[in-house]
Design a protein around this ligand. Structure first.
Ligand SMILES: [Zn+2]
Length: 228
């Protein structure tokens, strides 16, 4: 009779070796995947080309998304129904020089979209330049407080104060008449004294600014309705 015992012994041996190899391979593949994941995350591969620059705080990406810069507000350029605001064209030109046809990385705060469906983001160039901050630094945009998107508020307000002190950009010839103004410490907006929206400010949040400059320095932004 033939001895088949070698088969009985060999098969489990083979299996054991195969299992070990498989386990080793699985570990290796898992490690490689984990490493490539880490690599990808640190390299921040998601950069998007800027296709169009609307104005000082809004761009369109190559994939069609319209992005509104978080935490800042640049003066408007002319639209069909209204003229440009003071320093609007300069802000758009500066923004264009900064990002047009460049690749940008988007960083999100608490809210990813605004009421118009635009993406809300902090933009960074490939060399690490923080676009929103550059605009404030040059006096091309103001810092705007908007809860709950407050990640870079202290940086942006500090840069705005530096720009104001240096009289950079729009702060060079800042028209400052028509005061005093009523500030709302909750919304951090300031109004003309007669503005109906300002009148609703609760006494504990009310404050008076002698000048617009003072209001901006404190981190307040002008009310969209009364446009102080
Ligand atoms: Zn108002």
């Amino acid at each position: 009779m033939r001895d088949w015992s070698f088969v009985l012994f060999r098969i489990p041996k083979l299996k054991e070796t195969t299992m070990k190899t498989m386990i080793r391979r699985t570990i290796l593949v898992t490690l490689l995947l984990a490493l490539s994941g880490l690599y990808g995350a640190t390299r921040a591969t998601s950069f998007y080309r800027v296709r169009w620059v609307d104005d000082g705080d809004t761009v369109v990406l190559a994939d069609g998304r319209r992005v509104r810069y978080t935490g800042i507000n640049a003066p408007e350029v002319a639209h069909e129904d209204r003229p440009a605001q003071r320093f609007g064209p300069e802000a758009r030109d500066f923004n264009r020089k900064l990002v047009y046809k460049k690749k940008v990385r988007l960083e999100f705060d608490q809210e990813k979209y605004d009421q118009y469906g635009r993406v809300l983001a902090y933009l960074f160039l490939q060399d690490g330049t923080f676009v929103n901050a550059e605009l404030v630094k040059g006096g091309y945009a103001c810092y705007v407080f908007r809860r709950p998107n407050t990640r870079y508020d202290s940086l942006l307000l500090r840069l705005q104060r530096e720009a104001m002190a240096k009289r950079a950009g729009m702060w060079a010839r800042f028209p400052d008449q028509g005061g005093p103004f009523l500030g709302n410490g909750h919304s951090r907006r300031f109004h003309r004294m007669a503005c109906p929206f300002g009148k609703g400010t609760s006494p504990k949040h009310r404050m008076i600014f002698k000048t617009k400059y003072e209001a901006f320095w404190a981190g307040y932004s002008p009310c969209k309705q009364c446009n102080p």
